[in-house]
Write a protein that binds this ligand. Sequence first.
Ligand SMILES: NC(=O)C1=CN([C@@H]2O[C@H](COP(=O)(O)OP(=O)(O)OC[C@H]3O[C@@H](n4cnc5c(N)ncnc54)[C@H](OP(=O)(O)O)[C@@H]3O)[C@@H](O)[C@H]2O)C=CC1
Ligand SMILES: O=C(O)[C@@H]1CCC=N1
Length: 268
Amino acid sequence: MAVPETGPVLLVGCGNMAGSMLRGWLAAGLDPAQVTAVEPNAASVPAGVTHLSMLPPDGASPAIVMLGVKPQKLDEVAPALAPLLAPETILLSILAGTELGSLRARFPAPRAIVRVMPNMPAAIGRGVLALHADGLEPAGRELVAAMMGALGLVEWIGDERLFDAVTALSGSGPAFLFRFIDALGKAGAALGLPADQAARMALATVGGAAALAEASDADPGTLAERVASPGGSTRKGLDVLDRTLDTLLEDTLVAAERRNAELAAETR
Ligand SMILES: NC(=O)C1=CN([C@@H]2O[C@H](COP(=O)(O)OP(=O)(O)OC[C@H]3O[C@@H](n4cnc5c(N)ncnc54)[C@H](OP(=O)(O)O)[C@@H]3O)[C@@H](O)[C@H]2O)C=CC1
Ligand SMILES: O=C(O)[C@@H]1CCC=N1
């Protein structure tokens, strides 16, 4: 999906996540000349994007501002950023745990503030972008949905209280899956396969399975049953996996969700 006409975009923080989104937007056709990134590390700012090492003291308000720093840095950037924002600026925040109320308290000017929970595959247009907005008019909603749609699947979250759960599921999710790929390869190597070969096969198996699940009308549970031929070997493996997988993932998401709630309290 092509990125829409946005007007000037200011990124405050352009590290792993905001940088991934920026790369996704540039690949989808965003003009780098429209973008300014305030970021201590110039090397992480793509070519053609204006780089600043700190916020300018004044200047025209950008149409879109995206906060991409760590939640712990919010109070470092807020005093210099707040005066640069106009009522018509759309403020996007990807900060985990940081609530709309906490953003409103620091940025009183913009009418529209949007919490965005992206994930890293946004860099290749395969991200998940969860959105929760306050004060966004229909035209702004369309613009934000189109911008995020250029990066992957857009899901509007009506109840902001679910954002910590969303962050645990799709924001952190790629890390859990990278671990799974790694562990699958290591398990193959433990059975005697050369480690590099096992790693390649694990990655291709996970990528292929995810692509098939996306392309198929059947749900993942049904697909798993199709792999498990009656009386075959997959069933024996599933019997082991099924003993712990659901609780393991629930515990994993609960731990991540809790930390997001702590970050929310710290930035309140
Ligand atoms: N990583 C992910 O997959 C996801 C992250 N997020 C959210 O994205 C945000 C950033 O996380 P992530 O990208 O992982 O972290 P990074 O540390 O990679 O990115 C943050 C960037 O902000 C820079 N920075 C620090 N202080 C300032 C400042 N005063 N002005 C401008 N830039 C500054 C940092 O520079 P330096 O390193 O020099 O401090 C760094 O490059 C967090 O709020 C996180 O919750 C959300 C979803 C997924
Ligand atoms: O680990 C973090 O805090 C962020 C939020 C989701 C992914 N990374």
